[in-house]
Ligand binder design. Structure first.
Ligand SMILES: [Mn+2]
Length: 361
């Protein structure tokens, strides 16, 4: 098995994961020009393949885009997150973005979620469409799982920053990260920023989706109290319900706003140090932020946190623990009710992303 060659088949150059010709072309061109010095398809492809080859000896944080919103469900549009977020990172945090290895996007068939939901005939036809029949996964979550496993196999120390996509993409991302930590005997904790708990066992019978991804990775943590959720505020049940049911830790947005973020993050740091945690993963749903800052998302929520508070929280955590995996999900740039809502969401997302990328160094 040649993992690097497989990666070149199931990924594509940065920004090209949404299957379209003209939509958002100017952003794709800007990105390609900056990364590869060309907007000609063959040149982009050739330069990008060299980027993939660098995975072997790479020391920089790796960037991966997963432009899939098939696991969302209230309002979709997070498939455009990776392209627009890169474009905004280049504009506002160019050094940080270019000081990482952007290996591109998962190739997304927008009607698919995970290969286990597909019949043999569909797998055969979509394999033909994507890979001339090669035996590789075809759905975004399955490709992401395979990609992470290939990267960790090539380089177990890889530090990966992923851009969603809806929050279902964190299922393969966090699962692969935890499996790799467990194999290496590294004590690991998961920090989850979100307005929602994402702890459903399934939603309308679908087990891997934006509202259930966390439920399906908890078993891979050494114990559930190594999971901390920040910013929760939109749930029909109490904090006690979730903590008792799952053994996780929750800090709600209103507690952070009333008592200050510092107090809670210091408590988290103390507890995780006592448990001898060595590495952390941060999964950041953009709806952690108040709807003023993150209106362009699937489920904007009022009474949320500000970007500055979240930057402070992330920085405190990464000053104390090695961050080795992170994601920012649910940015849906074309969903905003106005240009300014979309713009503010992208600016906030880029600020959070650059903070995470700096933490991964
Ligand atoms: Mn979420």
């Amino acid at each position: 098995m040649n993992r690097l060659e497989d990666i070149k088949k199931y990924l594509c150059p940065p920004g090209f994961g949404v299957f379209t010709v003209n939509t958002a072309k100017e952003r794709k061109n800007r990105l390609s020009e900056k990364l590869f010095g060309s907007v000609v398809k063959e040149n982009i492809e050739a330069q990008w393949q060299l980027t993939i080859d660098k995975l072997k000896s790479n020391e920089l944080p790796v960037i991966l885009g997963i432009p899939s919103d098939c696991g969302g469900g209230i309002q979709r549009g997070a498939n455009w997150g990776p392209l627009f977020l890169r474009d905004t990172l280049l504009e506002l945090f160019e050094d940080t973005y270019l000081n990482a290895l952007d290996i591109g996007d998962v190739r997304v068939i927008p009607h698919l979620l995970h290969d286990k939901y597909l019949n043999d005939a569909t797998i055969e036809k979509t394999r033909e469409a994507l890979y001339c029949g090669a035996e590789l996964p075809v759905s975004p979550l399955s490709i992401t799982a395979r990609c992470l496993s290939d990267i960790y196999n090539i380089n177990p120390g890889a530090r990966i920053f992923s851009m969603g996509g809806d929050h279902s993409v964190s299922f393969p991302l966090v699962k692969a990260w935890l499996e790799s930590r467990n194999q290496q005997g590294i004590k690991a904790a998961l920090i989850h920023f979100d307005a929602h708990t994402d702890l459903l066992k399934d939603r309308l019978g679908i087990d891997y989706c934006f509202g259930s991804w966390l439920y399906h990775v908890l078993d891979d943590l050494q114990s559930p109290d190594l999971c901390y959720q920040y910013g929760i505020r939109s749930t029909g049940k109490s904090r006690g319900h979730w903590e008792n049911e799952f053994g996780i830790n929750q800090i709600w947005a209103r507690e952070i706003k009333a008592q200050g973020a510092e107090l809670f993050v210091q408590q988290t740091i103390k507890a995780l140090k006592e448990k001898q945690v060595q590495e952390i993963y941060i999964s950041f749903d953009i709806d952690t932020l108040d709807e003023y800052y993150a209106g362009a998302t699937g489920t904007p929520e009022p009474e949320g946190l500000t970007p500055d508070v979240c930057v402070k929280m992330i920085t405190m955590l990464t000053d104390n623990f090695q961050l080795t995996g992170a994601d920012v999900v649910e940015i849906a740039p074309m969903v905003g009710l106005s240009e300014s809502v979309s713009r503010r969401t992208l600016e906030s997302g880029a600020l959070i992303s650059s903070t995470l990328l700096n933490g991964l160094k």
